[in-house]
Every structure is written in C-alpha cells, then in structure tokens.
Design a protein around this ligand. Structure first.
Ligand SMILES: Nc1ncnc2c1ncn2[C@@H]1O[C@H](COP(=O)(O)OP(=O)(O)OP(=O)(O)O)[C@@H](O)[C@H]1O
Length: 237
C-alpha cells in the first residue's frame, strides 16, 4: 500500500519540443496524492503533460516516474494502476450505451459499473447509441470507466468543458464519490475548486504555481484570462 505522502508522479527537468514549438520547458514538479488541479490557459502544456504522464508521448528531455514506472517504457505495468480519461470521442458512435456497459462490466465487474451508471444517471439512456447522445451524456458515458476502474491514479483532461449545467453537476458529484485512495488529476483551463489538495498552474509550458488551492492565484489567473480573451473564454466552462 503506497504511503499518502508519496507522490504519484515525479517530473524532473521535463522538456517536450515539437517541430515548431516547445510545449513544456524544464518542468520540475511532484504530483501528490488526492485531488490535483492542473490549471492553465489554452496551449500552456496541460495535455502534453498528461500525455507524457500516461506514456503516450516521449519526453524530449528530463525524467518522469509515475507510480514508480517510466510511463513511456513501462506503460503495460502502469496501465494496470492508472487510467487516462481523454475524450468522449474515443467511444465508437455506433455502439449502444448498454454495449459499453456490458464491456466494462466484463472488465471491472457488474456492481462497480452499475454503481457508476446510477451515479451518472444513465439508466434511462442505455438503449441509445453513443452517436445519438448529447455531448453531456456522451461525457457521462465516458466517465463510467474511470469511476468503476478502481485505479490508483486517474488523469482527466477538461472533464467539464462544453457541458450543460446538469451534466456538469452530475459529473462533479460522481467524481466526489471516488474513494480517497484514488488520486484524480484534472487538467482544466478554469480554476475549479472541488476539494483540491494540490494546484499546479502552467503558463507557456512552465510552472507558475504549485501548492494548495489558492483563491488569490485563482483570481489572478481568471483576471489574466479575461484580459487575454476579453472575458469570453473565462466565462465558458
Ligand atoms: N502534436 C503536436 N504537434 C505540434 N505542436 C503541438 C502538439 N501538441 C501540442 N502542441 C503545442 O504544444 C503547446 C501546448 O499544447 P497543449 O495541448 O499541451 O496545451 P493545453 O494546455 O492542453 O491547451 P488546451 O487547453 O488548448 O488543450 C501548444 O503550443 C500546442 O500547439
């Protein structure tokens, strides 16, 4: 059993370069256990960091360990302990919700999946195909797996963006039901405070804040976002 004080991930001098730009530059940070908010404006490097942590992207420089593994070389071992929940579009549109539920039940067991389906208020939508669902409902379907997986670490990229208020509330409640031993890292461009233990702010691929949730940092970030976007983007979830 890992100690609560042990970080889930350590990132040292991480640089990720693409052909024309540097997405992350010499980033050093420890990601602790609990609820972690990875905050940053568009293009600040959040998704790049998530992709490196989940072994989908190889660092240009630096070292990364996640739950004791090199995510790029040992993704097989890592995937039994962590899950990267990316996008609703990962689920084929022709599948019925009930088929998704059956497949996940085979992997994680009926009771965990049933509980997640109830928490996500999906019972009355199981006969529909993924392609028929609203974005909010599709996102809720994509949440069944992280909620029922029992993984030690779950990474989520913008789980609330572009959703209707009902789906946002349902997802937020369902996520708050995750066991405390599960570490949840949420990448977001808005400063959500849902019992956040650690807040990491990236700007231009560099670390601009790392510590407990801080209202002052959140306020400054929002003001800066408003200045940058004329207010429109910061209002949107
Ligand atoms: N595959 C890629 N090829 C080239 N450049 C990339 C690639 N992926 C990301 N980038 C660039 O790296 C920088 C960081 O992008 P990233 O997607 O990590 O930011 P983000 O904070 O997740 O932004 P968003 O909130 O818009 O998703 C951006 O300048 C982006 O254009």
């Amino acid at each position: 059993m890992p100690k609560r004080s042990e970080p889930v991930a350590t990132v040292k001098n991480l640089t990720v370069k693409f052909r024309y730009n540097v997405a992350l530059e010499d980033l050093t940070v420890e990601i602790g256990r609990g609820r972690v908010l990875l905050l940053g404006s568009n293009g600040s490097g959040k998704t790049t960091l998530m992709r490196v942590l989940s072994g989908l992207l190889r660092p240009t420089r630096g070292t990364v360990r996640v739950l004791g593994h090199d995510p790029f070389r040992e993704s097989g071992e890592l995937y039994s302990k962590m899950l990267y929940s990316r996008d609703v579009e990962d689920i084929p549109y022709m599948l019925k919700v009930s088929t998704v539920i059956d497949m996940l039940s085979d992997i994680y067991g009926d009771s965990k999946v049933d509980k997640a389906v109830k928490l996500l208020k999906l019972e009355e939508h199981t006969f529909k195909r993924i392609g028929e669902l609203s974005k909010g409902l599709r996102r809720r379907v994509s949440m069944i797996e992280p909620l029922s997986s029992g993984r030690e670490l779950i990474l989520m990229d913008e789980p609330f963006s572009g959703l209707d208020a009902e789906s946002r509330i349902i997802i937020a409640r369902a996520l708050s039901d995750l066991p405390k031993k599960t570490t949840l890292v949420i990448a977001s461009h808005i400063p959500l405070n849902m019992g956040i233990d650690q807040m990491i702010v990236l700007e231009g691929g560099k670390l601009s804040y790392n510590g407990p949730y801080n209202d002052e940092v959140a306020r400054k970030y929002l003001a800066w976002m408003e200045e940058l976007t004329g207010g429109a983007k910061a209002q949107r979830a």
